[in-house]
Design a protein around this ligand. Structure first.
Ligand code: SAM
Ligand code: DTB
Ligand code: SF4
Length: 317
């Protein structure tokens, strides 16, 4: 089925409750609506990134005061994965502040991390920046479940946010991931000062990727002091809900992940997001470098809503 931009516009502009109702119906047809996948993030290489992403705490172009660290050891990372599993996570996502993967000892170490995480029976996801076809193939052989590489916003708005790489660079890496047969985790950031049309175009791009992403992270900008986006006006929360609902309708099978930004989103809005089709969250008190609601807060929310954690036997093989 082809998805026209005009159809995405039409969906996005529906009365909110009609839109949420439609998204909830799609979710119920494809997923257990009371189940949420818990995922854990780990920054395996923090800071010192040469890209100039205006939202990011880890770019050398942004004076955020974040200390640069070297790549973690395999043991440290696997210990983190073990704890994540113990606290109910079924997916372990490892992020590196690299513009691209370079072959050599560091990449070999990441390969070992992926193998170790998979051995524990967890889904393994990495986000390492740009990637060649051969590197994607190596990750596939290591058993990687998914590669996270976000389109972040519309192609039109992209140059306002990042100048050191192009939208096409992103699409090229995404193609390498697909060719290697690795599932794609691809989404965006909302609230960077983009317009509704940019959000619509992002959703259209995501939904017309072939194959569609297995996972769509929806990040609400976490404003970081020292970045050019530190003082951007926060997004209207119902725009966030609309994006989640449209993503759910256009990508019925995908996991729609509430990623960055939940700390400043009310319990009520998060409940509406689950109604609108979100079915995964990152748990733990830290994302990569910024705070996240801790496990107790999320357990409280899930209990209040009667949501249960998705069991590990449903994890991707
Ligand atoms: N360096 C790799 C890259 O950019 O592809 C991987 C790590 S990067 C930190 C992963 C994603 O985190 C970005 O694509 C962006 O969507 C998200 N992100 C980073 N900083 C954020 C912020 N302050 N608020 C919301 N999302 C953010
Ligand atoms: C994604 O889209 N969101 C996650 C994951 N992919 C790697 C990262 C969010 C990072 C938020 C900012 C920070 O903590 O540095
Ligand atoms: Fe680097 Fe990724 Fe941050 Fe951009 S988002 S500065 S590529 S770590």
């Amino acid at each position: 089925m082809t998805i026209d931009l005009s159809y995405v516009e039409e969906l996005y502009g529906k009365p909110l409750l009609d839109l949420v109702y439609e998204a909830a119906s799609v979710q119920r047809a494809h997923h257990d609506a009371n189940e949420v996948q818990l995922c854990t993030l780990q920054s395996i290489k923090t800071g010192g990134c040469t890209e100039d992403c205006k939202y990011c705490s880890q770019s050398i172009h942004n004076p955020t005061g974040l200390a640069k660290e070297s790549l973690l050891n395999v043991d440290e990372v696997l210990e983190g994965a073990r704890q994540a599993k113990e606290s109910g996570s079924t997916r372990y996502c490892m992020g590196a502040a690299w513009p691209r993967v370079i072959d050599g000892r560091a990449f070999d170490r990441v390969i070992e991390m992926v193998q170790g995480v998979r051995k524990m029976g967890l889904e393994a996801c990495v986000t390492l920046g740009m990637l060649t076809g051969d590197q994607a193939q190596r990750l596939k052989e290591a058993g990687l479940t998914a590669y996270n590489h976000n389109l972040d916003t519309s192609e039109d708005f992209y140059p306002e946010i990042i100048t050191t790489r192009s939208y096409q660079d992103r699409l090229d890496t995404i193609a390498h991931v697909a060719e290697a047969g690795i599932s794609l985790c691809c989404g965006g950031i909302l609230g960077m000062g983009e317009g509704r049309e940019d959000r619509i175009k992002l959703l259209h791009r995501l939904a017309t990727l072939d194959p569609q992403p297995e996972s769509v992270p929806v990040n609400a900008l976490v404003p970081v002091e020292g970045t050019p986006l530190a003082d951007v006006e926060p997004l209207d929360i119902f725009e966030w809900i609309r994006v989640i609902a449209v993503a759910r309708i256009l990508m019925p099978k995908a996991m729609v992940r509430l990623s960055a930004g939940r700390l400043s989103i009310s319990r009520e809005a998060q409940a509406l997001a689950f109604m609108a089709g979100a079915n995964a969250i990152f748990t733990g008190d830290k994302l990569l470098t910024t705070p996240n609601p801790g496990g107790d807060t999320d357990r409280g929310l899930m209990e209040a809503l009667g949501l249960k954690a998705r069991p590990s036997n449903k994890a991707a093989a």
